[in-house]
Design a protein around this ligand. Structure first.
Ligand code: PEP
Length: 250
């Protein structure tokens, strides 16, 4: 989208130990040496690696982020991690409402919206994930689902500097399947329209990422689609060569 700096974001999910930090070093080095400065880069890592990741990436243009956060700042929530804790560990962004969290932990739109505002409270950028399931797509409900998720998951005071939206068709995540460029264009245009209805003029500059089986071989096609302002990359972000290959699509 004209005037928008694309964001290429990785999501390591529940992958990575200290041995994986070398890939992160290579990602950081890749962005230092020549990759288009027009592209912003981020790797969201497990909370256990976050402070190491932030330290490694601090000498590079690549940001470190969290993969999820609790809505509360602190308290009796055993095993949970707040946005403030992520910020303290060096995060700049946090993913909220990833389909795996929605599905595996029964997270609804209201919770996702509360997590986005928790992210802002801590000074983090929220990456709000939305996307239809296979069943919803087959039922022809994709655009309705996206309307409902934008209405429910994106806080009404979202701005281009505190919020990124990621369109991730659930059936395309980790499957190697991707929508056609025409389907991606339709979904992103629809999301942009719904954001405009909700947020007004600011919506024109909110980044809408595409996520779901992005790899170097399909990045040029997917990221070249109108209203696609970057990528959220799962599996291919675990290998520096693949992640850098995707970023080179710009
Ligand atoms: C994701 O989990 O955000 C994702 C897009 O995964 P993958 O790239 O592996 O499909």
């Amino acid at each position: 989208t004209p005037g928008i700096r694309p964001l290429v974001a990785g999501n390591w999910k529940m992958n990575g130990t200290s041995a994986s930090l070398n890939e992160l070093r290579m990602i950081g080095n890749g962005f230092m040496s020549g990759l288009d400065a027009e592209t912003e880069a981020l790797v969201c890592v497990p909370a256990t690696l976050l402070s190491h990741a932030a330290e490694i990436l601090s000498r590079t243009p690549v940001h470190a982020g969290g993969e999820d956060c609790h809505t509360k700042e602190s308290g009796a929530y055993t095993g949970c991690i707040s946005a403030e804790m992520l910020k303290d560990a060096g995060a700049s962004h946090v993913i909220v409402g990833h389909s795996e969290c929605r599905e595996q932990r029964g997270e609804d739109d209201a919770t996702v919206q509360a997590k986005a505002t928790a992210a802002w409270r801590a000074g983090l950028v929220a990456i709000v994930c939305i996307g239809e399931t296979q069943q919803q797509r087959e039922a022809g409900a994709t655009l309705d689902v996206l309307s409902r998720q934008v209405a429910g998951s994106v806080p009404p005071s979202a701005t281009p500097s505190n919020t990124v939206v990621a369109y991730e068709p659930v059936w395309a995540i980790g499957t190697g399947l991707t929508p056609t460029a025409a389907d991606v264009a339709e979904a992103h245009a629809h999301i942009r329209e719904k954001l405009s209805e909700k947020l007004g003029a600011a919506a024109a500059r909110i980044r809408i990422l595409y996520g779901g089986s992005v790899k170097p071989s399909n990045a040029v096609e997917l990221l070249g689609v109108r209203n696609v302002d970057g990528a959220l990359v799962g599996g291919a972000s675990l290998k520096a060569a693949d992640f850098l290959g995707i970023a080179e699509a710009y």
